[in-house]
Design a protein around this ligand. Structure first.
Ligand code: NAD
Ligand code: UDP
Length: 322
């Protein structure tokens, strides 16, 4: 079983590679190192079953893998995670994000069609935009501004889902889609810009936590190990071709509550400073898990407190000089 993980040197991808390798699989990590880090996969590089290929999904994937010494006919499964995911990057790299999630996703699906591989597509809760309904069900079609600050990401991920549906329908590709809600944990970059690594870096630096807006906007934070479990069930269970699920925690909290939790668990003396809310920042986010439970028997198992403690410990040990 050879599994390709695009975006495998990123936060989620590196945890997925670790989980697959732990079960004896042969793993190819394909990444352009745009927002990922080679150090995330450094512990696996001594294994014969692990190959790192530096390349871009916007290029012809078969050629790129061949260049990296990977026989494409061996590829059975592709987890397609490649994409910058931090809202800070939406402002700095909009064209790259649009192309990665459109041309790049098309290239992944073309390869899958050619070699008869299954695909898991990493979509996002951002397909719901700034939702008018909570919790967000799969049937809710979203509230996205196609010209807004987040459009390069939200619209490209929506387009990516349509590509998946089309390749399933027209080319018979086995594609499964997961809509990921805010997930956090070790190996996020301290300068990533997303809220958990930012707050954890700030408490460890002893600086104040930068809460955007009045902090009453909500998110539901999932620990990475739970997500990887959901990814793998979605890919490995038979009969799920063409299906889509939400993966996220149901514990919806405000950003003020998150700041308090992280400050308390770090035992530091950071305060809070309020900064302007970015444009189009969604007000609420919480997944409806009905279909996820039905298809995957999956529930989040790690509490926010336990996950944040593990993340703080990892940052203390590995990221303090970053
Ligand atoms: P990340 O930035 O840590 O990882 C993304 C990886 O993709 C990086 O290693 C980056 O170098 C690589 N990459 C980006 N563009 C590429 C390209 N054109 N070619 C090859 N590699 C490329 O972010 P993450 O949080 O691990 O996100 C992984 C995936 O999950 C993304 O598709 C993201 O949209 C999705 N997602 C994540 C979350 C979350 O909360 N972490 C939520 C929703 C969706
Ligand atoms: N946020 C914040 N301070 C920060 C970074 C983010 O208050 O330093 C807020 C952000 O405005 C949003 C929430 O935290 O309301 C989650 O932001 P993140 O970038 O992690 O992910 P999003 O869910 O917005 O994609």
């Amino acid at each position: 079983m050879t599994t390709v993980v695009t975006g495998g040197a990123g936060f989620l991808g590196s945890h997925l590679c670790e989980s697959l390798l732990g079960d004896g699989e042969t793993v190819v990590c394909f990444d352009n190192l745009g927002s990922g880090r080679r150090t995330n996969v450094a512990p696996f590089e001594d294994l014969d079953r692990f190959t790192f290929v530096e390349g871009d999904v916007r290029a012809d994937l078969a050629t790129e893998l061949d260049r990296g010494g990977v026989p494409v006919s061996d590829v059975d499964r592709i987890y397609h995670l490649a994409s910058r995911a931090s809202p800070v990057d939406f402002g700095e790299h909009p064209q790259e994000i649009l192309e990665t999630n459109s041309i790049g996703t098309r290239n992944v699906l073309e390869l899958a069609a050619d070699v008869d591989a299954s695909v898991l597509y990493a979509s996002t809760s951002e397909v719901y935009g700034d939702p008018e309904e909570t919790p967000q069900t799969l049937e809710y079609n979203g509230n996205v501004d196609c010209r807004g600050e987040r459009a390069c990401y939200d619209e490209a991920k929506r387009f990516g889902e349509t590509l998946c549906v089309t390749y399933e329908d027209r080319h018979g590709v086995d594609v499964r889609t997961v809509r990921i809600f805010n997930t956090y944990g070790p190996r996020m970059r301290p300068d990533d810009g997303r809220v958990v690594p930012t707050f954890v870096r700030q408490v460890l630096d002893g600086s104040d936590l930068t809460v955007y807006g009045d902090g009453t906007q909500t998110r539901s934070f999932l620990y990475v190990d739970d997500l990887v479990c959901g990814f793998r069930r979605m890919m490995e269970r038979p009969g799920l071709a063409g299906d889509v699920v939400n993966l996220g925690h149901t514990n919806e909290i405000t950003i003020n509550e998150l700041a308090t939790t992280i400050a308390e668990l770090s035992a530091g003396d950071s305060g809070v400073v309020y900064e302007p809310l970015p444009e189009d920042d969604p007000q609420r986010r919480q997944p409806d898990l009905s279909r996820t439970r039905e298809l995957l028997d999956w529930e989040p198992t790690v509490t926010l407190e336990a996950g944040i403690e593990r993340t703080i410990a990892h940052f203390r040990e590995n990221e303090l000089d970053a």
